[in-house]
Design a protein around this ligand. Structure first.
Ligand code: S0N
Length: 293
């Protein structure tokens, strides 16, 4: 408090972002940015389906997350679902076909896997704000986010009433590996093999979520966490996110972390010397730079 003072508690003013330059609106999501603050909010907007995603929903989510990544005025992203009944109930089962989920086209896709990777590699914190059900593919989506703030009515599980291994649905990718990291290998087996629901407080004890708050305080608390993060160094946070993921993400994780070192090096005088020398058609002189112990 001495250094920073209190975190402001006022409600952000949200401004809706259109889907394209012509002002076309998103259909399956709501994409907003807080006026004068570096917070973006992406909301799955299919409450009548408990925010289940179809391929089109995922395409819109990918577009919005890309925009938030590219916008240097955005520092943290809230990911949530419309209403209080569900964060996301996973893939839209009405559209499940033999080769994935199919909406306008008649071939199926599992493009949610691309979205999972995108959230994981996005160099800004993504916070899942969960009220109601986070189940199936919706549960995996909250797990790939950096932090999860849960309302006290949140329910977590790798199943809906009728899916998960009960009807032969599973996510053997991040849905398994990240879960095992979060809750440990035994508990991860329990979640997948028994396909139970877990309350918000159980999820907190298991390490699945960061904090549980009363439903009516959910957005207020989430915004508070965003504001606290935004007081810290964006570069430190960027490198920490890629470091925390690096081992688990293998070569792709190292590539992300390595990319951060290159990015930082380009900003130094030493990094600039090679480029400047090339442009000035002279031999680079690195002799003045220290060879640190
Ligand atoms: C979420 C549940 C528990 C909520 O129950 P509640 O509150 O009683 O509401 P309902 O009356 O059941 O639902 C209200 C309306 O919403 C519709 N609806 C709900 N969920 C879905 C859904 N996922 N798809 C389509 N519609 C949904 C209901 O039908 C109802 O509509 P009306 O009013 O018209 O009757 C409960 O709703 C529930 O159990 N939902 C189903 C949960 C589920 O099956 N999720 C899918 C799990 N699987 C995945 O997500 C796979 C994801 C994936 O893409 C993937 C990724 C990687 C690898 C593999 C896969 C893969 O596909 O297998």
């Amino acid at each position: 408090h001495r250094i920073h003072g209190e975190v402001p508690t006022h409600e952000p003013v949200w401004e809706i972002v259109a889907c394209d330059e012509n002002g076309k609106e998103f259909t399956d999501i709501i994409y907003e940015k807080a006026v004068g603050e570096a917070i973006a909010k992406i909301t799955i907007n299919r409450p009548e389906r408990r925010n289940a995603f179809r391929p089109h929903t995922v395409k819109e989510l990918i577009r919005a997350f890309n925009d938030a990544r590219d916008d240097s005025l955005v520092g943290v992203i809230i990911f949530t679902g419309k209403g209080t009944k569900a964060f996301c109930s996973g893939g839209d089962q009405a559209l499940r076909s033999k080769d994935g989920y199919a909406d306008y086209e008649n071939f199926g896709r599992l493009n949610v896997l691309d979205l999972q990777v995108q959230i994981r590699r996005l160099p800004k914190p993504v916070i899942a704000m969960v009220a109601g059900y986070a189940v199936g593919g919706g549960h995996v989506l909250h797990m790939v986010c950096d932090l999860t703030i849960a309302a006290d009515n949140a329910i977590f599980g790798q199943t809906g009433g009728q899916t998960g291994p009960k009807v032969g649905s599973f996510d053997a990718g991040y849905g398994s590996s990240i879960m095992s990291r979060l809750v440990g290998p035994k508990k991860a087996r329990e979640m997948w093999f028994l396909a139970r629901f877990y309350s918000a407080s159980e999820a907190e004890k298991m390490g699945l979520v960061n904090i549980v708050v009363p439903l009516e305080k959910l957005e207020q608390e989430t915004v508070k966490w965003c504001r606290e993060i935004l007081r810290n160094s964006p570069t430190a946070i960027r490198v920490l996110k890629s470091s925390l993921n690096a081992v688990d993400d293998g070569h792709a994780g190292l590539q992300e972390l390595g990319g951060d070192t290159t990015l930082i090096f380009y900003g130094t005088e030493e990094g600039n010397e090679g480029k400047t020398a090339y442009v000035e058609r002279r031999r680079p002189d690195f002799s003045k730079f220290p060879r640190r112990p």
